[in-house]
Design a protein around this ligand. Structure first.
Ligand code: NAD
Ligand code: ZN
Length: 353
């Protein structure tokens, strides 16, 4: 089979590989639509997870099941499915401890395009099919379905990590597709005010639609100063970080109220350490929490998030700004994600309807 792979750091292309084998609990799927992620960019061009040779890229898409193992109960060939970016081993101790995304070791629930071949190929392998796949609802199209692999689960996870409550003032740093879903999630959770940090007009427009009330440009001075100015010096209750680099944490701590929480879902592709400003961290006693997390994955969560889309509570159509048809566009879409033109939020490639 053909797959679009990372050949080595900074280099990608089409390769031929053996079709993966299906174990008793597994499924083999073929893509219906695929999306490119900023994480593919970090992995391929920044070498953020280290060197990989001939590893097929991609972890976002929806698919048709072509084969299942003899122990799989709820899926069969021909089923149309949502494919999660994170595919934990549900029998692991980490999953039993409440951290499926770290099953088998830190970040090890993230298998596609990390520890095994990803989804940018004619066929791909899904472990623990009953626990990881979810049926694609009839009223969700294949393009929107791609946003349920990672963008919705991750943006919403930022909101969970920040523990947004009714009436909170929430700051979302970075409003690419993940940050936009954090805005949507914070809004659904009942935030009273959502301050979004971002400048691309297409993202600002989308953020307004998802419930952002105020906007800040990180290009116009320190974020914390602008936030303090617009909150009468009080700061915010909760912060989701979904963009920027290691320097955003110090800014966040400076405009977070005592007792506030920062939920980071940003993949820190470079920089050695994160600075926490001593005084603004309450000289160590400010009850300001910082939690960073990989998105959880799992069928139940996928089905619940998909239900928000099916029921019309969450509109994903603003995210897919660039939709291509056919395998030959994978490379173009990947390079587009790296170059991030001003009108881009997310590129999607339709393979089959
Ligand atoms: P994106 O690049 O499209 O969006 C990030 C935005 O942040 C951009 O619009 C950028 O202009 C903006 N930005 C840059 N510097 C900034 C700064 N100093 N302050 C504020 N904003 C700044 O990326 P995305 O696709 O939305 O993904 C966001 C991050 O989440 C990426 O790092 C991605 O790899 C990561 N991610 C994590 C998980 C997870 O499970 N935790 C899953 C998927 C993606
Ligand atoms: Zn992704």
């Amino acid at each position: 089979m053909k797959g679009y792979a990372m050949l080595r750091i900074g280099e990608s292309g089409w390769i031929e590989k053996e079709r993966p084998q299906c174990g008793p609990n597994d499924a083999i799927c073929k893509p219906l639509a695929l999306a490119i992620c900023t994480s593919d960019v970090h992995t391929l061009w920044e070498g953020a997870i280290g060197e990989r040779h001939n590893m097929i890229l991609g972890h976002e898409g929806c698919a048709e099941v072509v084969e299942v193992g003899n122990l799989v109960k709820d899926f069969k060939p021909g089923d149309r499915v949502l494919v999660p970016a994170i595919t934990p081993d549900w029998n692991s101790l980490e999953a039993q401890g409440g951290y499926p995304m770290h099953s088998g070791g830190m970040l090890s629930g993230w298998k596609f395009s990390n520890f095994k071949d990803g989804v940018f190929s004619e066929f791909f392998h899904v472990n623990d099919a009953d626990g990881n796949l979810a049926h694609l609802p009839d009223n969700i199209n294949t393009v929107d379905a791609c946003m349920l692999s990672d963008m919705v689960p991750t943006g919403f996870h930022g909101v969970e990590l920040a523990d947004v409550q009714f009436g909170d003032t929430v700051l979302v740093i970075g409003i690419g597709p993940v940050g936009l879903m954090a805005v949507a999630g914070a809004s659904l959770r009942g935030a009273s005010r959502i301050i979004a940090v971002g400048t691309r007009p297409v993202c600002v427009e989308a953020a307004k639609g998802y419930g952002a009330s105020d906007f800040i440009s990180y290009k116009e001075g320190p974020i914390f100063q602008q936030v303090l100015d617009m909150t009468d010096g009080k700061g915010v209750d909760k912060i989701v970080i979904a963009g920027g680099g290691v320097e955003t944490f110090a800014e966040a701590v400076k405009c977070l109220k005592a007792g506030g929480k920062i939920g980071n879902v940003n993949y820190l592709g470079s920089g050695d350490s994160i600075e926490i400003p001593r005084v603004e961290w309450g000289v160590g006693m400010g009850h300001k929490q910082i939690v960073g997390g990989l998105t959880p994955g799992g069928r139940l969560r996928m089905e619940k998030l998909a239900a928000l889309v099916s029921s019309g509570r969450l509109d994903l159509s603003p995210l897919s700004t660039h939709v291509f048809e056919g395998w030959e566009h994978i490379e173009e879409a990947l390079f587009l994600m790296r170059d991030k033109p001003a009108d881009l939020i997310k590129p999607v490639i339709k393979i089959e309807d």
